[in-house]
Design a protein around this ligand. Structure first.
Ligand code: ADP
Length: 589
């Protein structure tokens, strides 16, 4: 269970971390893709601007010629070949002409150095006039077929017209620039044409007069390669399309070797070039984020799994050691239980043996009483009968025998009492202690004594046994007062919550503190009582009887000298055997 919890918590945390990392990673990827798209678009715009600037410069140079010759055109456009303008197929000079002007135009340009010029008139198409390419300079070593009429190429007509009207460089809609458009049809990817109007600045008389156009043919794929190869490289696929007709028309495509990352959206950004709107589509490839190896989420997953395994191992180790400890404790407990069971067995056996012994003592004591009484009787008889005739020594022997017999009788009585205290079946009735004690006092205790009996309660108990208790305690109080003093005893009662406490005080010899508990053990006598007769059984009997009545007994010193015995009994009394009619109300002290 613990193992499962650990694995669950650990895996959940790992997944949470992985998800968080993946989210932040995704944000990072999106940011990078945005940046990349911006860079690509800026590169394309910059390159387009460079082409425009070169062409505008060229138009100004051509306008400055008072009379343009083929050789001058070649000289002016030559630097263009050296300037790296990738994808440029060539540069042409285009002049407008009406049908009637064609022959004159041809003669004029032949005289300007364009030998063998054949102007090939085409149907006007969308142009109200012919648009002849009269001079052409290629940069890729292609021959220069001039005399083409662009009036049939709508993209060219549109661009030329806009360039003239707006007096600036115009980018055409995509089409195959000359001469490829002529020769190979649509097999090559399209490109576009940049057109710049040429206005005369020389001679001064001609200033501002429109002369024609200078055209720059550009191959789309090379243009795009040059623009994005450096910035996008392998990290993005790029498509350049024209939006001039509403639907995107592809101009060029940059396809890197790396595969496009399908997790990331492609970016589409529009770019305004004069007369055209280009749409640049940038699709990031897997190479964009390939340098992060392994990606952070995978790394987190690996680390998380590693930690999970570690935690599992740790928990397993803990669980097994705990189980081992539990097994050891269980084994130890079993041993303990066995030990306790054996002890209980022994105790039960001991209790049985003790009870048997007490029973035995009781029986023996009982059986000894008769013969002892007879012995005492005979001794008394002998003393009375032979006493006057005996010499002193024999009389002394007889006295000693009589004394020993009496001692033995006391011991037998006490033993019998001890046995009774334990084995006698208690018959519970309401016992009026005042009456019981007064009776005892009336019987006397073998010597004159002052005995004060206070108000005593009625308690539930066995009258015979209770009588023995008070007889023993008052008897001791009288007995353990030195021969010189007159014994004084006071018996009083106090209500203490649910208990009655009965105190028996004397001014006797007292009991040392260290023996106040021990004297309740059978056959134990306190120091200082050697000169007083006794068996050490009386208090053991008292203790047993009081205990069987649900009460207790203890000894303190009497402040005025002597001892004070405190007995307690339940005030309600234990379950009584007597019928309610027998009940006597408790008397308050
Ligand atoms: P015993 O037969 O010796 O009196 P008990 O069991 O009645 O035996 O008393 C045990 C011992 O306690 C006595 O031997 C005596 O030393 C002491 N003892 C009992 N009661 C008193 C008392 N009232 N004053 C002084 N010592 C007492």
């Amino acid at each position: 269970m613990a193992l499962l919890t650990v694995v669950l918590i650990s895996l959940t945390s790992t997944v949470a971390v992985v998800v968080a990392l993946r989210r932040s990673d995704d944000r990072l990827v999106e940011q990078k893709a945005d940046q990349q798209a911006e860079v690509v678009v800026r590169a394309i715009a910059n390159q387009a601007r460079r082409y425009h600037e070169h062409l505008a410069q060229l138009a100004v140079s051509l306008g400055a010629q008072a009379q343009l010759e083929a050789a001058e055109f070649a000289a002016i456009t030559a630097p263009l070949a050296e300037t790296v303008l990738p994808g440029v197929t060539g540069v042409g000079y285009v002049v407008p002409a009406t049908a009637s002007e064609v022959t004159g135009l041809q003669t004029y340009w032949r005289a300007r150095g364009v030998s063998g010029l054949e102007l090939r008139s085409a149907a006007f198409g969308r142009s109200p006039q012919h648009l002849f390419v009269v001079i052409r300079q290629t940069f890729d070593g292609e021959p220069e077929p001039v005399g083409t009429d662009l009036a049939v190429v709508p993209q060219a007509v549109e661009a030329l017209r806009a360039a003239r009207e707006q007096r600036r460089v115009i980018t055409s809609r995509p089409y195959l620039p000359l001469p490829e458009g002529d020769r190979t049809g649509a097999t090559r990817p399209p490109g576009f044409v940049l057109a710049a109007p040429v206005f005369a600045t020389s001679p001064p008389a001609d200033r501002g007069r429109f002369r024609g156009w200078v055209l720059l043919g550009v191959r789309g794929d090379e243009f795009l390669d040059q623009a994005v190869a450096a910035d996008a490289g392998q990290s993005a696929a790029v498509e350049l399309a024209s939006l001039s007709t509403g639907t995107p028309t592809l101009i060029a495509r940059w396809d890197p070797v790396s595969r496009v990352d399908t997790r990331v959206d492609t970016r589409q950004i529009t770019l305004d070039v004069p007369l055209s709107t280009w749409q640049v589509t940038v699709a990031p490839t897997v190479a964009l984020l390939a340098h992060r190896n392994p990606p952070p989420d995978v790394a987190a997953m690996l680390i998380g799994s590693f930690i999970t395994i570690l935690l599992m191992a740790l928990t397993a180790a803990l669980v097994t050691s705990r189980e081992r400890a539990v097994r050891q404790v269980t084994a130890a407990t079993a041993v303990l239980h066995e030990d306790i069971r054996r002890r209980e067995e022994v105790e039960a056996r001991l209790r049985r043996r003790k009870a048997e012994l007490k029973g035995f003592a009781g029986i023996v004591a009982h059986d000894l009483r008769g013969p002892l009484a007879r012995i005492s009787g005979y001794i008394d008889f002998l003393s009375d009968d032979l006493g006057p005739d005996l010499d002193d020594q024999n009389r002394d022997f007889l006295d000693r025998a009589g004394k020993a017999a009496r001692q033995m009788s006391t011991l037998v009585d006490d033993l019998l009492g001890f046995s009774v205290a334990d084995n006698h079946r208690i018959t519970r009735r309401w016992v009026d202690l005042k009456r019981l004690v007064d009776d005892l006092v009336g019987e006397g205790f073998g010597r004159p004594a002052d005995i004060e009996v206070g108000s005593l309660p009625v308690i539930g108990g066995d009258e015979t046994l209770l009588r023995q208790v008070f007889a023993n305690l008052i008897g001791n109080a009288v007995k353990y007062t030195g021969p010189d003093g007159r014994p004084w005893v006071r018996i009083s009662a106090h209500r203490d919550g649910e208990l009655w406490r009965i105190d028996i005080e004397d001014h006797g010899i007292g009991i040392p503190d260290s023996q106040k508990e021990a004297v309740f053990t059978a056959f134990t006598r306190a120091d200082g009582s050697e000169d007083y007769p006794g068996t050490g059984l009386g208090l053991a009997i008292v203790h047993r009887i009081v205990e069987r009545h649900g009460g207790g007994v203890r000894i303190t010193d009497n402040p005025g000298g002597g001892s004070r015995f405190h007995l307690t009994f339940p005030a309600a009394g234990p379950q009584l055997d007597a019928s309610p009619a027998d009940r006597v109300e408790n008397r308050a002290p």
